[in-house]
Design a protein around this ligand. Structure first.
Ligand SMILES: Cc1cc2nc3c(=O)[nH]c(=O)nc-3n(C[C@H](O)[C@H](O)[C@H](O)COP(=O)(O)OP(=O)(O)OC[C@H]3O[C@@H](n4cnc5c(N)ncnc54)[C@H](O)[C@@H]3O)c2cc1C
Ligand SMILES: Cc1cc2nc3c(=O)[nH]c(=O)nc-3n(C[C@H](O)[C@H](O)[C@H](O)COP(=O)(O)O)c2cc1C
Ligand code: SF4
Length: 484
């Protein structure tokens, strides 16, 4: 099969779209004229490949920009091309505004976000129709095909996140699928150059093998089944434990809490992090099936570790919230209180710290009807986010909440905060709750003293320094692979 890309603002769609085609000759103007070039290309390709070779034609069902191709005209266009193609593949948008127009949807968009466009086109053509955009769940795919909205679903990033997506589904192991988080792999670096030191070379957040498939295929096999102890059951510890256990080692994981997942407990409640929750849960299932022995409610200390006498010790003890040195901080709570103790959260909220955690927590609260103001000391918010995530996050924040940059909170009281801007102007904001999200500090110091307790010692994830799931996953995987 061959796919011709007639969407996303590339060459063929530049002719069909009134947004870009301003020609006054026979190649521009009416739909018939604008369709002339794509049709010519299609006819030529058909001539080359012959009648029995399938051609899939990709279109944007709606460019979702002012002055662009809308759905009604796209349906008419599909009727013009349908006898020349075997499959119409419905995406949306244009690459210049890839996130905003859902060419590559973000974690804030519904899964299968272009399905209504595909369904509308399917009603009007005889050839089969495929839909693409944010599909990462076999059940949803099954449902939209079953409902007759499309004949096929095309899967992009999910296949990258977990190349065994289809196989796991067929084998009844869908709960082991690592779901694509739509965290913007096409744009991995933080928008802020100063924050780029936290970014590793590019690979998928949930698939540490990605972009390194050949390298890992050459990796040496373990010489023996080793006794491995993992400290911490967040993403980093879980990935390390799974990798080591799947390679034949005997793995124990100590977790001080009664649950696994580390920081990701908040995804049980958060509205936009459902895929992160699925990822966490897939790791828990994989750890169980790989035979990892889990010691819950166990604080690993020297005595515990000595008793276990591990050959390899992997410390994935994560990070803790940093309490800001602000006068009256005892009147404030850590931002994640909104998930753990929602009954304590009033209507009017001031959130100190406009990094990603502060911004996303603020958005979560604002969408629930709270009045939120975020105060940030730096000149911009969410600086550590990559450009694509910012494109999705900031416009949503603009609709829902307020923020001030270049302001330093000087005092927190029972009724609100006092702050100073860079010119020394003082301001006050009243609040029912003051929350802070002013960074995390790694637990590296705690675990460093464990270093002499095993022949092999690793630190992974936030325990090295507080970063993202991507680093925790990758470093956990590497530690598991390095035990030979
Ligand atoms: C609110 C919030 C939202 C976030 N959102 C995102 C996001 O959308 N995308 C993203 O990529 N990243 C996000 N992050 C960052 C991400 O969650 C972390 O980078 C990642 O979870 C770190 O995983 P970890 O395993 O290294 O550590 P942790 O998740 O901190 O896990 C460490 C575990 O070790 C346990 N532990 C510690 N000491 C001991 C001990 N001595 N004995 C036994 N157990 C111990 C702890 O109880 C904990 O369960 C977010 C973080 C927060 C706080
Ligand atoms: C890193 C990356 C690169 C892409 N490159 C192309 C490309 O070269 N050609 C193309 O037609 N689509 C490309 N796409 C778009 C995908 O084909 C797909 O339409 C999009 O990711 C939405 O589907 P998904 O949500 O299943 O990933 C790319 C997407 C990503 C994330
Ligand atoms: S990096 Fe993120 S967006 Fe890209 S495939 Fe992986 S999980 Fe999906």
């Amino acid at each position: 099969m061959i796919m011709l890309h007639g969407g996303h603002g590339w060459l063929l769609s530049q002719f069909i779209s009134p947004l870009s085609n301003k020609r006054k000759d026979k190649w521009g103007g009416s739909l018939e004229n604008r369709a002339r070039f794509p049709l010519l290309v299609l006819e030529k390709v058909r001539k080359e490949v012959g009648e029995n070779f399938p051609i899939e034609f990709r279109i944007s069902g709606d460019e979702r920009v002012e002055g662009g191709m809308g759905l009604d005209e796209t349906i008419e266009y599909c009727k013009i091309i349908e006898d020349k193609v075997d499959l119409i593949h419905v995406t949306a948008g244009i690459y210049h505004s890839h996130v905003e127009t859902k060419a590559f949807s973000s974690m804030f968009d519904p899964h299968g976000c272009n399905i209504d466009l595909a369904a509308a086109i399917k009603k009007n053509v005889k050839v089969p129709v495929a839909a693409v955009g944010g599909f990462n769940d076999p059940e949803l795919i099954d449902r939209v095909i079953g409902e007759g909205k499309c004949d096929f679903v095309a899967v992009g990033r999910q296949q990258f996140a977990d190349p065994d997506f289809v196989m796991k589904t067929m084998l009844g192991k869908a709960d082991e699928i690592a779901p694509c988080l739509r965290c913007s792999c096409f744009n991995p670096l933080p928008a802020d150059p100063d924050a780029r030191n936290v970014a590793l070379p590019w690979h998928c957040t949930v698939n540490p093998l990605s972009q390194r498939e050949l390298r890992w295929r050459q990796a040496p096999q373990p010489k023996a089944s080793r006794n491995v102890l993992v400290v911490g059951g967040g993403v980093g510890g879980l990935y390390a434990a799974i990798t080591a256990a799947e390679r034949g080692h005997r793995v124990t994981l100590a977790e001080k809490k009664p649950r696994l997942g580390g920081h990701l407990w908040f995804t049980d409640t958060d509205t936009h992090k459902g895929d992160l929750k699925r990822f966490r849960d897939s790791l828990i299932v994989r750890a169980e099936r790989a035979g990892v022995k889990i010691d819950f409610e166990t604080v690993a200390d020297e005595e515990y570790i000595r008793a276990k006498a591990p050959y390899a010790l992997i410390c994935a003890a994560g990070s803790e919230p940093a309490v800001p040195p602000i006068k009256g901080v005892e009147n404030a709570d850590y931002a994640l209180t909104v998930y753990s103790e929602p009954h304590r959260i009033g209507k009017k909220i001031v959130l100190i710290g406009g990094g990603l955690i502060g911004c996303e927590t603020g958005l979560y609260l604002a969408e629930k009807g709270h009045e939120v103001t975020v105060l940030e000391m730096l000149d911009d918010i969410a600086k550590e986010a990559n450009d694509s995530h910012r494109r999705a996050l900031i416009p949503r924040m603009k609709k829902q909440l307020e923020w001030k940059c270049n302001v330093k909170v000087t005092e927190i009281t029972a009724g609100g905060v006092e702050y100073a801007d860079t010119d020394g102007n003082i301001g006050k904001i009243a609040a029912d709750n003051v929350l802070y999200s002013t960074g995390l500090k790694s637990n590296s110091k705690t675990v460093e003293r464990f270093r002499p307790l095993a022949p092999l010692f690793f630190t992974v994830g936030d325990c090295v320094s507080p970063r993202f799931v991507k680093q925790a996953t990758y470093e956990g995987f590497c530690a598991g692979m390095d035990i030979l």
